[in-house]
Design a protein around this ligand. Structure first.
Ligand code: NAP
Ligand code: MG
Length: 490
């Protein structure tokens, strides 16, 4: 039955109620304590120290993990150095076989991994289930394929592995960042010592079990948990030949300084303040979905989040109206509920950082919009937010908020859009929404951003390189480019 225009408009404003649809958690066993994964087994930490990891949606402790000290990190690096002797000489097809096995095991244990990721980090289960875990498996599959084809990756050159890679990762995509780091390193014949983030170590502990299940030779992968101090011990260990870091620009700079002159190879994947640019000829409803995905996906804890919306002035009003309406339909709450769009903020510290920056936006004169939204009593939450009346000089337009907060700016001409998009110390990603292919290419050529998405946002694929310009870091992860940081070419 056809409906009238008026009925259709009414339907579009209607907010639907959803019955709770919690993911089952009874199939998941989180141990009350975890040790360190060194030389193929879980061992007690020399430090004898532990720290709790909590569920940010409930503030309840999930488990206690070990805090690795200097002796622990040294043991892990020694195990990795020893394993390197045989792993680097193993036939490439055998190395590939282990990587395939790991990816299959990630798939087999995907439900468990998704629940662990959601409980430990606060992200909605539909994201860990449909994005983080499948992409992690895909990364291992992809690099398994390269292990015995390195000669084709670097024609006429002879690639050699570097040795032990020291890898430090953040809390926003714990397993996925682990996969981005470990898969290319192992495919190229290196061994690794990895430090997960303090607030999200649990999926790395499940991954340690997966390494054992896969019969990976001892010492090829070592996982040491701890805080920033443990990370600095990993990167500064003299036997580490390659450092791969994903995290804040501030810590990236510290690391760069601390290893200067050591001869270690370094890749840095740091922060961002991406422009998501909507031209007047863009399909607006599609753009609204892309804007929402760009900034509210994973509570905005995304280095490449489209945190600055640049809208062509002529369509600013209708676009913002649609966007605000869409915001009011986002469901915030229990991350384990399959209907949840916005989960918990990863930690109290991150929540305070977001609150502080949002306050600065209001003080500086921007106009804050938040849809009516009930926040749960326990846990760390922040409603989806957007700022209009934003000037480029405001902190909310310059600094990375790393939360569900969008700053809206306008432009009149494509040149102005490029200038505003590039007016940032970062350069990780950007989005362009337009009907014109030629304009997409014109914009992509002029923007200093490692990734430019066209009529989409936050799309990832293991075959595609990812990385930044300027203060977003250097080096690429993913694709054939992602192998280069892990080899020496002769
Ligand atoms: P962070 O404080 O830089 O931490 C990242 C990792 O480094 C954590 O494991 C952290 O340990 C460790 N760490 C802290 N201080 C260290 C030191 N002095 N030496 C060595 N390691 C150290 O960043 P975060 O707050 O966890 O993550 C958010 C930031 O990461 C954002 O700025 C975001 O843009 C960036 N990020 C970038 C990408 C990318 O691909 N470009 C991806 C994800 C996130 P603790 O856990 O104990 O702090
Ligand atoms: Mg946690």
């Amino acid at each position: 039955m056809a409906i009238t225009k008026k009925q259709s408009a009414e339907l579009a404003t209607q907010v639907f109620e959803y019955a709770p649809a919690p993911e089952a958690i009874d199939h998941v066993k989180i141990a009350s304590r975890y040790g360190l994964f060194i030389d193929g087994r879980m061992v007690d930490a020399h430090s004898k120290k532990r720290f709790p990891t909590i569920n940010p949606a409930t503030e309840k402790t999930l488990s206690e993990v070990a805090e690795a000290d200097e002796v622990d990190v040294d043991r892990a690096v020694k195990a990795a150095s020893k394993a390197f002797e045989s792993w680097s000489h193993l036939s490439a097809s055998r190395r590939a076989r282990y990587l395939f096995r790991i990816s299959r095991l990630i798939q087999e244990r995907s439900r468990e991994l998704a629940v662990v990721e959601t409980m430990d980090g606060g992200k909605p289960i539909k994201e860990s289930r449909d994005v983080d875990i499948p992409l992690s498996a895909a990364h291992f599959f992809y690099y398994a394929g390269w292990a015995d084809k390195l000669e084709w990756a670097f024609p006429n050159r002879k690639p050699r592995p570097l040795g032990v890679a020291g890898q430090v990762i953040p809390w926003n995509f714990p397993l996925l960042m682990l996969a981005w780091k470990i898969a290319p390193a192992l495919a190229a014949g290196n061994t690794v010592v990895l430090k997960p983030a303090e607030t999200t170590p649990l999926s790395a502990m499940v991954f340690a079990e997966i390494c054992m299940q896969a019969d990976l030779p001892p010492g090829v992968v070592n996982i040491v948990t701890g805080a920033g101090k443990t990370g600095s011990l990993v990167v500064s260990h003299p036997a580490v030949k390659k450092v791969a870091f994903t995290g804040s620009t501030e810590v990236g700079k510290l690391i760069q300084r601390s290893i200067a002159g050591s001869g270690k190879k370094l890749t840095l994947e740091l922060g961002g303040k991406a422009a998501n640019i909507v031209f007047e000829d863009a399909p607006l409803d599609q753009a609204v979905e892309g804007i929402v995905n760009g900034i509210y996906f994973n509570q905005g804890h995304v280095c490449c989040a489209g945190s600055r919306l640049l809208v062509q002035e002529s369509i600013a009003e209708p676009l913002l109206e649609k966007l605000k309406r869409r915001l009011s339909t986002l469901r915030l709450g229990d991350p384990l509920d399959k209907n949840t769009d916005i989960g918990a903020i990863n930690s109290r510290a991150q929540l305070e950082k977001i609150q502080g920056l949002v306050e600065s936006g209001v003080e500086e004169g921007a106009e804050l919009y938040q849809p009516p939204c009930v926040l749960p009593e326990r846990g760390f939450w922040f409603p989806p937010s957007l700022f209009t009346n934003v000037s480029q000089s405001y902190r909310i337009a310059r600094e990375e908020i790393f939360g569900p907060v969008l700053s809206v700016l306008t432009f009149r001409t494509p040149n102005e859009a490029v200038e505003k998009a590039n007016n940032t110390p970062y350069g990780l990603s950007a989005g362009v929404w337009t009907d014109k292919g030629s304009r997409i290419l014109w914009m992509a050529e002029r923007m200093r951003a490692g990734v430019v998405w066209a009529n989409t946002f936050n799309r990832f694929d293991p075959t595609s390189p990812f990385g930044g310009y300027k203060e977003s870091g250097y080096g690429r992860e993913g694709g054939v480019h992602g192998l280069l940081p892990y080899v020496e070419l002769h």
